[in-house]
Structure formats: structure tokens, C-alpha cells
Design a protein around this ligand. Structure first.
Ligand code: TTP
Ligand code: MG
Length: 459
């Protein structure tokens, strides 16, 4: 293939897509050896929590990202671990992987905490199928080595679209190289839903047109597609079916702000309706913040009154946070100050001042995704009292999965808590599976700890 590429005036683009397998759960299994090979769910553990991810062992029972945790509890067997997230540990692991990718190329586009595109330049790499396969395999083993055992799915192809499809062909742990010229061979037998841009609604509409596979879509008339889906979406589908995707790899960290807005069909004066709408916008924005693993310092409200006057109001927090409830409270506060008597035509909410790390180690609680202890500990010791971002102290909780240190017994993690008792399993990434012990929740010898460093050599 290298010779084919060499004949072209501009060499074919080659893009690598990497996505870590069951990322949050894999980090938990690395740091908690007793959970290796077991079903693990990471996510909100409280009443209304949702699953962030499930280990492949838990997926066997049907647990999936975005499923209510209560449903995952019903599906998974006894002995399944339900853990709140430890974003600090995920971030540190992600950073190591992104660094490895930057060794391959200057052009790395990180699209989420565990996923990136890399532009593979002909001047630096052998772009033959064999050369790319070697490159992919070596990268996978470097990732596993550097992360203390995580695995990655890797796809290499001539466009972002095909590279991502390639990485998904053989998850977990797979490597697929799609040679230039063979894109349609791979793509056409796939169901249309495999295409990014074909969601449930589009899929259902295509089904009524008799379109099931990408090949069916490729055979569909362009005019039919644009009349059914509108000009932009129809043309997009037409291009996707032909594997036409010329999006470039953009190395700069993407958005520096995230926002969402809603224009109303008629002016809205009812504060309850506006509050509900604001809630929805906050959900949308904070979900995107979480999925880009970012933290925000500034909350912005955008208001357009009935007379089209448009203003933005913003408030800045002392620390960058990823905590949806803090961002919601700030947005609500800004909203309360808005005069809505004449009616609003548009409402928008956004966050800015994005950083990729929390600026205060005590913000630990803000970075735990949807963390809610199943049972609050009555007598919270001072060690788990986290200052609320507005300066108001909130009662801390021993949340399942968090890293702790005991003066006498050493490092471990919260295995469970409630009724004034906290149970800790004493183990770490480089130890054998450890023992569990229970303590009074106010035991002064017990404190929250930093995530363990998997790179520290075994004692
Ligand atoms: P994904 O790469 O989508 O999922 P994954 O790495 O857990 O599993 P896979 O092997 O299928 O790639 O997302 C990466 C991480 O982002 C995931 O581990 C947890 C987090 N996440 C959420 O918090 N909520 C979500 O709805 C999804 C999809 C992911
Ligand atoms: Mg992943």
C-alpha cells in the first residue's frame, strides 16, 4: 500500500483512533486488585445515580453506561462492586496515555478522557499495512505497560470516521487497520446505526425506507435522502455511506467554553417553566463538561427578552468545579435576579474558564461523578468535611471506592459505610488482594488519601 500512497500528489491521510477499554472500571481494577476479573460498576451510587461505565465482566449481565444504577444492581450478581468515581486517578492515567500518543505525532486530538485521534504522518512512519499494524501493536503494549495494565482498542484508517469505526470493530483490546481503498468493503455490510450521525430517530426513518445496512444507504437516491432528512442531514448521510469524511485532526484542546440555549416558540413569563428549562440546560452542559473531563470556573446565563434585548450574566467561582449541583446553584442564583415579567424569548446557560484539573485537592468531592453515599455516615469526622465551594461546610461522607489511609493499617479504599461504621479494604495497585477491616466512622486514624501511584515499584 505504501507505493500506492507514494504515487499520489498528496499522500493519503492516515489517522489512528484510540479508545481505552471500560476506562473508569479498568482504573478501579488496577488500583483494587480484589476487583480484577470481577463485575465492577462505576457511577452514581445514590438513589438516582446512573452508570458511568461497567467492566466487561459486568456487561455480560447487561450493565451499560447511562443505565440507572438501580437497574444495574438488579441485573448484576451479588459481589458486584458499585463504586463512585475517582476522577483524579482517571485523569492521571489519561494523561499518561495522551503523552504516549504525542510521542507518535504532534497532531493529537483528545476527544474525551479516554479517546483521541492521532495524525500519522508519512514522514515519520511506515504507512504500509504491515507498518501500521506494527505501530498499533507497539502502541497498545506501551499503553498497557505505562498504565499498569489497561488495554486500548486501536483503529487506523484514512479518515476520522473510518479510524473510529476500525477501533470499534474488535473491542476490547482489538487493533484494526483499514487499508485505503477498502473502506467501503468494511463499511457497507454494517447496520446504518454504526454510523455516527445515525441515531435512533434517523435509524427508524431509514428503516421505513427499507434502509438497513450502509450499503442500502449508499444505494439510496440523494434527492430522496435530502427530501426526507432535509438538505444538510440528507447530504451528510449520503457522504457517510460513501466513507467521505475530510475532518482534520485538531490538536488544540477543543472548546474553551460549553453552552446550550433554547429559543421559545412564544415568550415565556412563567418562572416555573423557565426554571425547568434552565434545569434541562444545566443538565446538558454539565453532561458535556463531565464527558470532556473538564472543570469550569464561570457560569453564564444568556437572556433574550421579548423585545430582543439580549444580555449575558455571569458569576465566577473561587475554584473550578465539575460538580453539577454547584453549577446548578450558581445558574439558579443568576436566574433569580432576572426580570421575567415581560417574557423571555431565549434562555441559555453556559460554563467558561475551563480547566482540565480541579484546582484544589479538597475539591475531591466535586469530582466524584454523581457521588452520593448509599447511607450517609452520621458522625462525619473532620477529615471528610469538604468545604463547599461557596464557603459553606457540608457534611462529608465515606463514599464507596474512595482512597483512604489508616495510620496503623496503611493505604486502602472504602469498601462500604453506614450506621457510623466504615469498612476499608487494605490493598493497592501493586499489592496482592487485601483484607477488609471496619472502623468507627469518626476514627481519627482514618483519612482520605490521594489516589495510589501505580508506577511506584512493588514494595
Ligand atoms: P467510553 O470510552 O464510551 O466507555 P468505556 O471506556 O467505559 O468502555 P469501552 O470499552 O466501551 O470504551 O467512555 C470513557 C469513560 O467515560 C467511561 O469509562 C466512563 C465515562 N462515561 C461516563 O461517565 N458516562 C457515559 O455515559 C459514558 C458513555 C462514559
Ligand atoms: Mg473507552
Amino acid at each position: 500500500m505504501a507505493t500506492d500512497i507514494g504515487r499520489e500528489a498528496t499522500p493519503a491521510r492516515m489517522i489512528l483512533h484510540l479508545d481505552l477499554d471500560a476506562f473508569f472500571a479498568a482504573v478501579e481494577q488496577r488500583d483494587k486488585p480484589s476487583l480484577r476479573g470481577k463485575p465492577v460498576i462505576v457511577g452514581g451510587t445514590g438513589g438516582r445515580g446512573v452508570v458511568a461505565t461497567a467492566s466487561y465482566e459486568a456487561r455480560v449481565f447487561g450493565a451499560r453506561s447511562a443505565m440507572p444504577t438501580s437497574e444495574a444492581r438488579r441485573r448484576c450478581p451479588a459481589g458486584t462492586a458499585f463504586l463512585a468515581g475517582r476522577f483524579g486517578a482517571y485523569r492521571a492515567t489519561s494523561a499518561v496515555v495522551m503523552e504516549l500518543l504525542r510521542e507518535l505525532s504532534d497532531l493529537v486530538e483528545q476527544v474525551s478522557i479516554d479517546e483521541a485521534y492521532v495524525h500519522i504522518a508519512a514522514s515519520d512512519h511506515d504507512l504500509s499495512a504491515a507498518g501500521l499494524t506494527t505501530l498499533g501493536r507497539e502502541l497498545q503494549s506501551r499503553v498497557t505497560e505505562a498504565t499498569g495494565g489497561l488495554t486500548a482498542a486501536v483503529g487506523i484508517a484514512s479518515s476520522k470516521m473510518m479510524a473510529k469505526i476500525a477501533s470499534e470493530l474488535d473491542k476490547p483490546g482489538g487493533l484494526s487497520v483499514i487499508e485505503p481503498g477498502s473502506e467501503l468493503e468494511v463499511l457497507h455490510p454494517m447496520p446504518v446505526r454504526a454510523l455516527a450521525g445515525v441515531g435512533p430517530a434517523t435509524g427508524a426513518k431509514l428503516h421505513t425506507l427499507g434502509v438497513e445496512t450502509v450499503a442500502d444507504l449508499a444505494a439510496a437516491d440523494r434527492d430522496v435522502l435530502t427530501s426526507v432528512f432535509g438538505s444538510a442531514h440528507g447530504t451528510g448521510l449520503y457522504a457517510l455511506a460513501r466513507a467521505q469524511d475530510d475532518r482534520v485532526v485538531v490538536s488544540e484542546r477543543a472548546a474553551k467554553s460549553i453552552s446550550a440555549e433554547e429559543t421559545f416558540a412564544s415568550d415565556v413569563v412563567d418562572r416555573r417553566v423557565l426554571d425547568a428549562e434552565l434545569n434541562r440546560l444545566v443538565d446538558k452542559v454539565t453532561a458535556r463538561l463531565t464527558s470532556s473531563a473538564a472543570f469550569a470556573k464561570t457560569v453564564t446565563l444568556k437572556i433574550r427578552w421579548h423585545d430582543f434585548t439580549t444580555v449575558t450574566r455571569s458569576a465566577s467561582l473561587p475554584y473550578a468545579t465539575g460538580d453539577p449541583s454547584v453549577l446548578r446553584r450558581e445558574a439558579d442564583r443568576l436566574m433569580q435576579a432576572v426580570d421575567v415579567t415581560g417574557g423571555l424569548r431565549l434562555l441559555g446557560m453556559g460554563v467558561a474558564g475551563l480547566t482540565d484539573h480541579a484546582q484544589d485537592e479538597l475539591a475531591l468531592f466535586d469530582t466524584v461523578i454523581g457521588a452520593e453515599a448509599a447511607e450517609p455516615v452520621e458522625a462525619a469526622p473532620s477529615a471528610v468535611i469538604s468545604p463547599d465551594l461557596a464557603g459553606r461546610p457540608v457534611a462529608g461522607r465515606w463514599i464507596t471506592g474512595l482512597d483512604v489511609h489508616h495510620d496503623e493499617h496503611g493505604d486502602g479504599w472504602v469498601w462500604g459505610s453506614g450506621r457510623g461504621v466504615v469498612t476499608v479494604r487494605f490493598e493497592g495497585p501493586n499489592t496482592a488482594p487485601g483484607r477488609i477491616r471496619s472502623f468507627d466512622a469518626s476514627d481519627p486514624a482514618l483519612s482520605l488519601a490521594e489516589p495510589p501511584d501505580w508506577r511506584e515499584s512493588r514494595a
